[in-house]
Design a protein around this ligand. Structure first.
Ligand code: PMM
Length: 301
């Protein structure tokens, strides 16, 4: 699998990129409420960039299983100032939104990536916005809104079905004018995927099938329930999400080794280390810039 792709506005560092998460929400699954305050969210984004994040993903709507939607105005109020300030300070910002209007506002404020967990299904205006702006776009596998998404986690062959549904969504976006070169694909770990059925692991074990779609892959397993389930205690109680950071680093290392384009994580520093180790191992150290762990000559935009 190829980990290096050139996407508009995004760096190519010759290794798996690291996306740090800022959830400007009171109730996200993994870091609920910690960065709801705007100034704290900005500081957190800047700190993650210093720790080695290549992209900072700013979201204002929780997608935890069972979550209800927030209004467009509230979402804009949450993410707008954080996106603007991080972009102003030179950070490559991604906006995690299903709404074309929020994405448009973020792109105008300097965001270089639209991360749409609905893969364009939640808002019919999204494809046109992505086509018009030419912005890079994460198209995630999605079967419905969080309030009832787990009911839709019914598969006979999950790898084939996720592959085919991603391909169909990509075709639909391209039919609306999106350039395939703008698109990043994401299997949507945890979204209509059941930890107890091994859905997430089946997808991770077959990333090569998704790679056949010919687009970069984003892997976002950080602190998710399937890790907590894997690491359940002797009494069967799942491990708490924030105690899954070591497992997340293991996931990052393997994803980077398998050629993932980017990993989306909450605890940046150890994951930034892991992608550098994976790149050094893969290349046998050839062409590595010892100062940053990036391939020489690939550092910029
Ligand atoms: N997961 C969450 C939020 N945004 N974006 C992408 N592209 N892929 C994901 O799997 C994804 C996402 C939910 O996780 P969080 O509440 O821990 O941020």
């Amino acid at each position: 699998m190829a980990s290096t792709y050139k996407l508009p506005g995004l760096p190519d560092r010759g290794r798996c990129l690291v996306m740090g998460v800022v959830n400007v929400t009171p109730d996200s699954f993994s870091d609920g409420g910690a960065w709801f305050d705007r100034n704290k969210a900005i500081d957190h984004g800047l700190r993650m960039a210093e720790e080695g994040a290549d992209i900072i993903d700013v979201g204002g709507e929780s997608t935890r299983p069972g979550a209800q939607r927030v209004s467009r105005d509230e979402e804009l109020r949450r993410v707008g100032p954080v996106v603007r300030e991080l972009a102003r300070q030179g950070v490559a910002v991604s906006v995690d939104t299903m709404r074309a209007e929020v994405a448009a506002h973020a792109v105008e404020s300097g965001a270089v990536l639209v991360n749409d967990v609905s893969g364009g299904l939640a808002d019919p205006a999204m494809a046109r916005l992505v086509a018009k702006t030419g912005v890079a776009y994460v198209l995630m596998h999605w079967r419905g809104h969080s309030h009832d998404m787990q009911k839709r986690a019914v598969y006979t062959d999950i790898v084939r079905e996720v592959h085919d549904e991603l391909r169909d969504r990509m075709d639909a976006m391209v039919a609306e004018g999106v350039d395939p070169g703008q698109i990043v694909l994401d299997p949507g770990l945890g979204f209509s995927k059941r930890p107890q059925h091994g859905h997430n692991w089946a997808l991770l074990a077959h990333l090569d099938r998704l790679d056949e779609l010919g687009r970069p892959l984003l892997i976002a397993g950080s602190r998710k329930r399937f890790l907590g389930r894997l690491l359940a205690g002797a009494d069967g109680t799942s491990r708490d999400s924030t105690a899954c950071d070591d497992a997340t680093v293991a996931l990052t290392t393997l994803a980077a080794d398998r050629g993932a384009w980017c990993v989306r994580v909450h605890d940046v520093r150890p994951n930034a280390d892991a992608v550098r180790v994976a790149a050094a191992w893969r290349t046998g150290g050839a062409g590595l810039d010892a100062g940053r762990g990036d391939l020489i000559g690939r550092g910029g935009l």
